[in-house]
Every structure is written in structure tokens, then in C-alpha cells.
Design a protein around this ligand. Structure first.
Ligand code: NAD
Length: 366
């Protein structure tokens, strides 16, 4: 019986609520498939601060080190937002985790089922087949990590903050390789998004992507787009993209925009992969919902668990090589959601069936 060893980091607010349901769905499918789940649950984010004095406790990092993958919830919320920025849950837990495991590639599918086209803010006649695109975001470089990163009071009394945007050619090449793999598995179309008319890092980005694709994947149809235009095109006609690749900050913004046009943050998950291989020789990765901790609905039992459940599917695909089981979960989610069982989250509106009932419907569809 194959054993799947992973760390479970539920995090804060709705994190534990949706994680409980994702683990219940996972246990069900594991039983059906004859898989043994070997996991431990650890504090992260605000829970880490409250229980261990640190957003990323040493014991949590150790557990991740000993695992083949990380199933992550989400962290942060009003309870900790008065802490100094450097100690805030997201900055002090998620960013160091990404950095520690060099999780440089964030793969975020943007999927809206045809049956739910009315959930998108885009007119449904513009997306008759729903939406099916993939965002590949560079995750460990650029403005979020570049040094110096400072705030100083100047001699004249004014205050100045500096963030630094740095990219190396090698960092751009390795994310391009991830994007090539994703594009090859789909329609062989890749769009690279930058701001090469203004930023030095984007000039390097564009040249590197162009050269790397020409050398390693000449069969792909490669295009380039400025980020401001891309933001517009995503809401005009999202399916003109198939796979797009971009740097860290642009990807942060565009992937949330993508989530919005896809109807709901509660439906989208992501995989963050790096150079590290796990004990199975596959990609060690961190798998999480696209949304945050949704403090506004926490404790009400109405959070949509689909994104967390779909994160399990991504973990099965990328870290455990179990494509068939991943597709089974994805199909069950689609079946449950399109057959009328919907949580009343941001996209779907209306009356919520609740987090648990949503997971029940997915289990019934498995
Ligand atoms: P959010 O994604 O938590 O919420 C935005 C809106 O989407 C809210 O109305 C929320 O109710 C809704 N929503 C999100 N997930 C949902 C779900 N599964 N089901 C139903 N509705 C859902 O973003 P925010 O309000 O900007 O941030 C809240 C906190 O989460 C902040 O502390 C932020 O720093 C943190 N955050 C964490 C992560 C992460 O851990 N990766 C990501 C984003 C935000």
C-alpha cells in the first residue's frame, strides 16, 4: 500500500475549517484507492505566533523537512495585523517557507466550469465554454525579496521607503522551463508578461524568455505582453491566454484578477514547486488555496472548501505522481459543484450549503 507522507499546516481563520474537510475527502479517496496517509498537523502563521511565539515555528519547519509535500491552508488576519510588518503571519511564515524550500514556481490553474459561467463578472456570452487558463508566477525573486528593503527618516525629516527589484537570468530561465512544461501539456501557447518598456528587470526577462524558448521549445507559440495590457486582456477575453508566465509581483496581482474572473477565490488552488526532490524523486511542493483566511466568514461554517480539496489533487499530481487519483478528485469537485451544490461564497451568492455539506457532496461524487 503506497504511503503518502505530507505535512498539514492549516493556518488561521477559515484555514482549519476548509482543511478539516479536505482531509476528510482525502481520507475517503485514499481508502478507495488503497493509499495510506501519513501526515502530521502543525501550527503556522497566527497559530504559530499564538502557540510558539513565531509564525514559522522550528517544529513546523522540521516537520516540513521530513515530509514529501506540504498541504497548506492560509495565514493571517485582523488578530495579528498590529504586529510589525516583518512579524506578520504571511511575511514571517509563507515567504520564508517559499524561500527555505526554493519554491520558485507557482502554478495556478484558472478554471471556471462552463456550467458556472454566470459566476464570472465577465458576461457569460463572452465565455460560453467557461475559462481554462494557467498562470505561472515566479515566486522567490523580484520586489518581494530584493534587498535593500528599508524605511528611513531622511535628514530633512521626510520618510523614504525602498523596495528593490532584482532578477537573475538563471531565475528567469528556470521559471521559463516550468512554463514550457505547462504549455507543452496543453495548447503549446505561452504568453510572457512583463513591463519591458520601463523596467530593466523586464528587459532581461523578455530577452531571456525569448532566447530560452527559441533554444529549448521552438515548437511553442510564444508571445509577449506588457502587464498593464495583460490586466485589461484578462477581463476582456481571458481564454486568449492558455499558459502565461510572469514575475513575482505581476503574478501576484494577475493571478488574483484571474481568480476573480474565474468566479471565486474559493474554487482555485495552486502548487508551488522548486528544485527540491522528495523521497519519491518527485517535486517537493507546497499546495494551497488561492484565497486568504477570509476572516469575514470564519467560524460560520460557510467557507468554500473546494480550493483546499483541489490543492490535495495538485499535491497528488505533482508530489506523488498520482495523476489518476488527482483527476478523480477534480472530477468529483466539478460534478458536485455543477450539479447544484454550492457554497454561498463570493462568486455564487445565494444560500450556502455550508463547508461540510459541500465536502459531503464531493465525497458522494467520488
Ligand atoms: P481573502 O482571500 O481572505 O478574502 C477575500 C474575499 O474572498 C472575502 O470576502 C472572503 O470571504 C472571500 N473568500 C476567500 N476565500 C473564500 C472561501 N474559501 N470561501 C468563501 N469565500 C472566500 O483576502 P483578504 O480578505 O484580503 O485577506 C484576509 C487575510 O488573509 C489577510 O490577513 C491576508 O494577509 C491573508 N491572506 C493570506 C494568504 C495566504 O495565506 N496564502 C493569501 C491571501 C491573503
Amino acid at each position: 500500500m503506497p504511503t503518502l507522507k505530507f505535512a498539514v499546516l492549516p493556518g488561521d481563520y477559515i484555514g482549519p475549517e476548509v482543511m478539516t474537510e479536505a482531509l476528510r475527502v482525502f481520507a475517503h479517496v485514499a481508502k478507495q484507492e488503497g493509499l495510506t496517509l501519513d501526515y502530521a498537523i502543525a501550527d503556522v502563521g497566527g497559530a504559530g505566533i499564538d502557540n510558539h511565539g513565531k509564525a514559522l515555528p522550528d517544529s513546523t519547519l522540521k516537520l516540513c523537512e521530513q515530509s514529501d509535500a506540504i498541504l497548506f491552508g492560509s495565514v493571517g488576519g485582523p488578530k495579528w495585523e498590529k504586529l510589525p510588518p516583518k512579524e506578520q503571519p504571511e511575511r514571517a511564515a509563507l515567504l520564508p517557507l517559499r524561500k527555505h524550500f526554493t519554491l520558485f514556481a507557482n502554478i495556478r490553474p484558472g478554471l471556471l466550469y462552463r456550467e458556472l459561467a454566470d459566476a464570472s463578472p465577465i458576461k457569460s456570452e463572452r465565455i460560453p465554454d467557461g475559462i481554462d487558463i494557467v498562470c505561472i508566477r515566479e515566486l522567490t525573486g523580484g520586489l518581494y525579496f530584493g534587498q535593500p528593503k528599508t524605511t528611513t527618516t531622511l535628514p530633512d525629516g521626510d520618510v523614504q521607503s525602498i523596495d528593490t527589484m532584482i532578477y537573475r537570468k538563471s531565475e528567469i530561465e528556470r521559471i521559463t522551463a516550468t512554463a514550457i512544461a505547462a504549455a507543452r501539456a496543453r495548447k503549446k501557447k505561452l504568453c510572457s508578461i512583463d513591463k519591458a518598456n520601463v523596467l530593466e528587470t523586464s528587459v532581461l526577462w523578455r530577452k531571456t524568455v525569448t532566447d530560452y524558448v527559441a533554444k529549448n521549445a521552438p515548437e511553442l507559440e510564444l508571445s509577449h505582453m506588457y502587464v498593464d495590457n495583460a490586466a485589461m486582456q484578462l477581463v476582456r477575453s481571458p481564454n486568449q491566454f492558455d499558459v502565461f508566465v510572469t514575475e513575482n509581483m505581476f503574478g501576484d496581482i494577475l493571478s488574483d484578477e484571474m481568480a476573480c474572473v474565474c468566479g471565486s477565490l474559493g474554487m482555485l488552488s495552486s502548487a508551488s514547486l522548486g528544485t527540491r526532490k522528495n523521497s519519491l524523486g518527485l517535486s517537493f511542493g507546497l499546495f494551497e488555496p488561492a484565497g486568504g483566511t477570509a476572516p469575514d466568514i470564519a467560524g460560520k461554517g460557510i467557507a468554500n472548501p473546494c480550493a483546499q480539496i483541489l490543492s490535495v489533487a495538485l499535491m497528488l499530481r505533482y508530489s506523488f505522481g498520482l495523476e489518476k487519483v488527482a483527476v478523480r478528485i477534480e472530477t468529483a469537485v466539478k460534478k458536485a459543484v455543477t450539479s447544484g451544490t454550492r457554497t454561498g461564497d463570493i462568486a455564487f451568492g445565494g444560500k450556502s450549503v455550508g463547508t461540510k455539506a459541500m465536502a459531503d457532496a464531493i465525497i458522494a461524487a467520488l
